[in-house]
Design a protein around this ligand. Structure first.
Ligand code: PEP
Length: 265
C-alpha cells in the first residue's frame, strides 16, 4: 500500500486581487470539508499570500507560491526570494511552462529555484512537460528526462522525495489554447517519470514521490486522471478559479480516495 497522499493544487496564476482572493477562499471553505486523505493546495499571487495565510483553515488548505528568486537576499530589486517565503507557504510551483516560455526560464534557473526552495523548507511542485512539436517529433521522453534530471541535480534522495512532480504537457494547458489530453494516454508519461526517479534515486524514493497531472483538468475529467496508476493528484489552472469547479474536483478526489483504499490515509 502506498502512502502517497492525493494532492489537489490550484494555480491561480496572475488572477484575483487581494479581496477577490479572499472571497474565493471563503467560498471554497464553505464548499470543502476537511479531508484527511487529501492535501489541498492553493496557489494565489504573492500579493495575497500574507492575508490568506491569516485567513485560511490550515487543517484544510495549504498555500503555494508561483515562483521565487533563487538567491536568499540581496540587491535584486522587485524579486521575492524563497527565504522570504519561508514559513508562509508549504509549496512553491516551480518551472511552470508559462515561466519557461514567457520569462525564458532555463533548465539552470529551474534547478536553482528548486534548490533554493528545498533549502528554505518549501516543497517544490516542479512542472515538466513537452510542447506539441516535441510530442509530434517523439521527443517527449527526452524532454521529460532532461527537465527532471537537471531540476533535481545535486539534491539528495531524501530531498527529492520532498519534491512533487507535475507532469503538464504544454499542448494540453488552457493558457496555450490546449485541448484536454486523453487521460488513458497520460499513464505512460507518468510511469516514465516514476521510472526515471527509480533509476536515479532508487525505488523507495520513486514510490514516495508524488506525481501530479496538469492540463485542462476540471470537475468532469479529474477522476479519469486520478484513476491512473501513477497519478497522485492534479494541478489545476483555470478551473481552480471557480468555487464550484474546484470544490467538485476536491470532492471527486475524496470519493476516489475512499473507493481506492490504496490512496486513503
Ligand atoms: C496550468 O497552467 O498549470 C494548468 C494546468 O492550466 P489549465 O488547468 O487551465 O490547463
Amino acid at each position: 500500500m502506498t502512502t502517497r497522499k492525493i494532492l489537489i493544487a490550484g494555480n491561480w496564476k496572475m488572477n484575483l486581487n487581494v479581496s477577490e482572493a479572499s472571497l474565493l477562499v471563503h467560498g471554497l471553505d464553505k464548499q470543502i470539508a476537511n479531508h484527511h486523505s487529501l492535501e489541498i493546495v492553493l496557489g494565489p499571487s504573492f500579493l495575497s499570500l500574507q492575508s490568506l495565510n491569516l485567513e485560511i483553515n490550515h487543517t484544510k488548505f495549504k498555500l503555494a507560491s508561483q515562483n521565487g528568486y533563487p538567491i536568499d537576499e540581496g540587491h535584486y530589486t522587485g524579486e521575492i526570494s524563497f527565504a522570504m517565503q519561508r514559513g508562509l507557504v508549504d509549496y512553491a510551483i516551480i518551472g511552470h511552462s508559462s515561466r519557461r516560455i514567457y520569462f525564458n526560464e532555463t533548465l539552470d534557473d529551474v534547478k536553482n529555484k528548486v534548490k533554493a526552495a528545498i533549502r528554505n523548507d518549501i516543497k517544490p511542485i516542479l512542472c515538466i512537460g513537452e510542447t506539441k512539436q516535441e510530442r509530434l517529433d517523439k521527443e517527449t521522453k527526452q524532454v521529460l528526462h532532461d527537465q527532471l534530471v537537471s531540476a533535481l541535480y545535486d539534491l539528495t534522495a531524501e530531498e527529492v522525495s520532498r519534491v512533487v512532480i507535475a507532469y503538464e504537457p504544454i499542448w494540453a494547458i488552457s493558457t496555450f489554447d490546449g485541448e484536454p489530453s486523453n487521460p488513458d494516454d497520460m499513464q505512460r508519461e507518468l510511469a516514465y517519470i516514476r521510472k526515471q526517479l527509480a533509476d536515479l534515486y532508487g525505488q523507495a524514493v520513486a514510490d514516495d514521490t508524488r506525481i501530479l497531472y496538469g492540463g485542462t483538468v476540471d470537475d468532469m475529467n479529474a477522476t479519469s486522471y486520478l484513476a491512473l496508476n501513477d497519478c497522485d493528484g492534479v494541478l489545476v489552472g483555470a478551473a481552480s478559479l471557480s468555487i464550484d469547479k474546484f470544490s467538485k474536483i476536491v470532492s471527486k478526489a475524496y470519493d476516489y480516495s475512499l473507493t481506492k483504499g490504496k490512496k486513503d490515509d
